[in-house]
Ligand binder design. Structure first.
Ligand code: ATP
Length: 256
């Protein structure tokens, strides 16, 4: 089996020195894998992703125990900007775009941190437009005027402009219509299968996440409680009922 690209071992985290959000999260993302991080509201998915990208200090939070290793390097003290340079790029929850900039200007901001030449930026833009053709049609439109799905694609496209090896996404499905969610997950899956991009995606929508993921880790009240191939977890109705409510089995049956 290939060496892990990202591994978390017993990660614990607090906010404001006292609010315990994580108390034992372990997971392993392998190269080229789509790894879903599942759990109910408040289970600790966003906190885990922020720990990975070293974004907790910005919210008065910190990792208090455990290890986070990316590509063989302990990245516990690596700044978010350096993580991007190493190839670990996060798309935050809520499809952050600059609303007054055009889609293309938003995308270009993603390539600025890595000293790219104009020719490289142009080639990378073309690549993002191949990945998300509808962004090309709307490239001169202000991002704030586009649909929620297009804004999410812009946020993902901007991350792709940094040439990630691991793309970390927080709830990409949030607030989007089911067909758009399918389109986005299909694209992510294609990027992992055809370009070897590794993806760690936190989702409350476990039906769609398990449909496209290769592997999944389940969080419950701040700890990882279960992991396995997505296909196996999809079939475990006991898990679905305990952690997600009965809805998942119906939704998954429908999606399959
Ligand atoms: P959701 O899907 O609702 O975002 P989640 O699984 O991503 O849920 P987190 O947002 O990581 O969960 O929250 C985990 C715990 O940490 C919750 O108890 C939450 O209230 C707490 N928490 C999250 N952010 C902060 C913060 N900035 N300050 C204090 N507590 C926080």
């Amino acid at each position: 089996m290939s060496a892990p690209l990202l591994s978390l071992d017993g990660v614990e985290a607090v906010y404001q020195h006292s609010i315990r959000a994580l108390h034992g999260v372990s997971l392993t993302v392998r190269p080229g894998q789509v790894h879903a991080l599942l759990g109910a509201n408040g289970a600790g998915k966003s906190t885990t992703l922020k720990a990975v990208s070293n974004l907790l200090p910005a919210e008065r939070g910190q990792v208090t125990a455990g290890r986070i290793v990316f590509d063989g390097i302990d990245v516990g003290r690596t700044s978010p900007a350096d993580l991007v340079r190493l190839g670990l790029v996060q798309v935050l929850e809520g499809r952050h775009c600059f609303p007054s900039l055009s889609i293309e200007e938003n995308l270009v901001t993603g390539g600025l941190g890595r000293d790219a030449s104009r020719a490289e930026l142009k080639a990378d833009l073309q690549r993002v437009y191949e990945v998300f053709p509808r962004l090309k049609d709307k490239r001169h439109l202000r991002a704030g005027l586009t649909s929620g799905g297009e804004q999410q694609m812009t946020a993902i496209g901007r991350a792709l402009m940094s040439r990630p090896r691991l793309l970390v996404l927080d709830e990409p499905s949030m607030g989007l219509a089911p067909l758009v969610v399918q389109e986005i997950f299909r694209t992510l899956k294609r990027l992992s299968q055809h370009e070897g991009l590794s993806i760690l995606v936190a989702e409350q929508n476990s039906a769609v996440a398990l449909q496209y993921a290769d592997y999944a880790t389940l969080l419950d009240t701040g700890a990882s409680v279960l992991e396995g191939p997505a296909e196996q977890l999809r079939r475990r109705s006991d898990i679905q009922e305990s952690y997600f409510g009965e809805g998942l089995s119906k939704k998954t049956a429908h999606a399959a």
